[in-house]
Design a protein around this ligand. Structure first.
Ligand code: G4P
Length: 525
């Protein structure tokens, strides 16, 4: 098969949701339809169970399990689908943000009872940064949920994206009878069963009396009215608007009952984007360029100090990746060869010889790769950075063993390369502050520094509100600002300048006083 054909057969996407909306269940059902697993219950939830929420070792174990399921490849209708799972626990939100840089589109699951939740809003912000196309799946229609029109309004308002329903429910909760697919012009009747469902009844014209026969006149009239309203209110579905990230088609169903999942998958295959061109610092690289290029978006370390290997997840962006071939590591300006290369098929890892744009492969690494690294066939320009978000919690690292400061430095550097947290080093006095999204990471860092690097540290509280990346069109003004606020200036892991703001009101005042300086909450600007 030619490279162009390989590319046209691939769809790489992520499923995102607020915890408990049904991401794991939907993932499993997609794999069942794809024939990648034979029975329900095979997909391990990567959710952190309640009893484990305060036990980070347990969480690490669960994360270990989830590494195998964090990328799942399967075939459906002759298309190779790469599904990227994202951590459910919000303390690992940065992991999710990074994963989203490696996908071409997203399916967002929303619970019809709870509507749009906070984590969904944050994730959508990340999708919007890249105009990632989004399909919405409203789940749990077998429960008494909110009015679907109201849910659509809420999605538009809170997620700041236009929606276009492509299926519509007939009743809800106990009265839920099925959905009418506006996409296929077919009626799908609901059977509360965990078995696969039969084909829908094709109904081109809603005035067809078959509809009354199937669901009764009351519901038939209701769906006629609803569909008329939908066609009147929402513009016709336009795939190009979806691909541009401006309109999200909406499907409804019940993942646990296999309901609405196949229609979702069929439409996904029809409309979801094939691997897209990607920007490096210098130019945009097309996936069908013959030379291989790709970037690392995730690293999973083995916590066992005896086996200090780690798996780096590479998204192939162009050309054909071949095992045992030399590739140029752009940051280190050195050639590397990978002999242990795995693909992730459903729940198994398998050694592979080739991979194509859109594929995610695992490279075994001993510490040369870090998040954001680019591999090419000679090209020197790296893929544009993976953004860091200003952390929420900050603590100062205090070394507890002066004899082990080298180990501490190395450990901190490697953990930051894996993206466990962010490190900010103050210009004055070299104080080091670790910033995280959740409190759990501090425990993880302390434990791992001790057990893997033999370094002991403690974390001292610091009074910080945000870390803001700073720049200015006028280099002189930036210099003046840095001189004026020297005590509050640090550098991030890439040496970028960061202003460490202590309070919100103080930051606002500083912004007013230095209008020529730009303050960013995201490292990519
Ligand atoms: P997550 O990955 O987004 O966190 O959610 P997950 O799939 O684990 O689903 C969360 C809970 O919602 C699960 O129940 C799951 O069974 C249930 N669920 C998923 N889809 C539907 C649906 O369509 N209808 C209904 N009524 N429930 C649904 P649980 O009690 O936490 O776990 P379990 O013991 O049922 O597996």
């Amino acid at each position: 098969m030619s490279l162009v054909e390989e590319i046209s057969k691939r769809r790489t996407f992520g499923i995102i949701s607020h915890p408990d909306a049904g991401k794991t269940t939907l993932t499993e059902k997609l794999l069942l339809f794809g024939g990648a697993i034979q029975k329900a219950g095979a997909v391990k939830s990567n959710k952190i169970t309640d009893h484990a929420k305060s036990d980070f070792m347990e969480i690490e174990k669960q994360r270990g399990i989830s590494v195998a399921t964090s990328v799942m490849g399967f075939n459906y209708r002759d298309i190779k689908i790469n599904l990227l799972d994202t951590p459910g626990h919000q303390d690992f939100a940065e992991d999710t943000y990074r994963t989203l840089t490696a996908v071409d589109s997203v399916i967002m699951v929303i619970d019809c009872v709870k509507g749009v939740e906070i984590q969904t809003e944050k994730l959508m912000e990340v999708c919007r940064m890249r105009d990632t196309p989004v399909i919405v799946f409203i789940n749990k229609l077998d429960r008494e949920g909110r009015d679907p029109f109201e849910l659509l309004d809420e999605i538009e308002e809170k997620l700041d994206i236009k929606v276009r329903p492509l299926s519509w429910p007939i009743g809800m909760g106990k009265r839920f009878k099925g959905v009418y697919s506006l996409y296929e012009k077919a009626l799908h009747l609901f059977e509360p069963s965990k078995r696969m469902l039969s084909e829908g009844v094709s109904i081109d014209d809603l005035s067809d009396p078959v509809l009354d026969e199937k669901i009764g006149s009351n519901d038939a009239n209701q769906i006629r009215e609803d569909v008329e309203l939908i066609e009147g209110v929402y513009p016709e579905f336009d795939t190009s608007e979806y691909l541009a990230g401006r309109v999200a088609p909406v499907f409804l169903g019940s993942a646990v009952n296999n309901f609405g999942v196949r229609e979702l998958l069929d439409c996904f295959i029809d409309i979801a984007p094939i691997p897209k061109p990607r920007a490096t610092e210098e130019r945009v690289i097309e996936p069908n360029e013959s030379k291989m290029s790709g970037f690392i978006f995730k690293i999973h370390a083995n916590m066992d100090p005896k086996h200090r290997n780690r798996i780096a997840f590479l998204r192939v962006c162009s050309g054909e990746f071949e095992r045992n071939k030399n590739y140029h590591h752009v940051r280190l300006d050195k050639a590397f060869r990978f002999s242990n290369v795995t693909a992730f098929m459903a729940q198994d890892k398998e050694v592979i010889d080739q991979a194509y744009p859109g594929d995610i492969i695992g490279l075994y690494d001993t510490g040369n790769l870090k998040i954001g690294d680019t591999l090419t066939e000679g090209e020197k320009s790296p893929y544009k950075g993976i953004p860091s978000f200003s952390p929420e919690i900050f603590k100062e690292v205090i070394n507890m063993d002066a004899m082990k400061s080298k180990q501490l430095d190395k450990g901190l550097r490697q953990l930051m390369d894996e993206g466990v947290a962010q490190l900010f080093t103050y210009e004055l006095g070299s104080r080091r502050v670790v910033g995280t999204v959740g409190a759990l990471q501090f425990e993880v860092i302390q434990y791992r520094l001790q057990h893997e690097y033999g370094a002991t540290c403690r974390f001292a509280p610091v009074n910080l509100y945000k870390a803001c990346w700073i720049d200015s069109k006028e280099p002189k003004k930036l210099k003046e600002f840095v001189a004026d606020k020297q005590r509050h200036i640090a550098k991030d892991k890439d040496g970028k300048l960061v202003f460490m703001a202590e309070t919100k009101s103080w930051l606002q005042m500083v912004e007013q006083n230095f209008p020529e300086v730009n303050f960013h909450f995201i490292s990519e600007y």
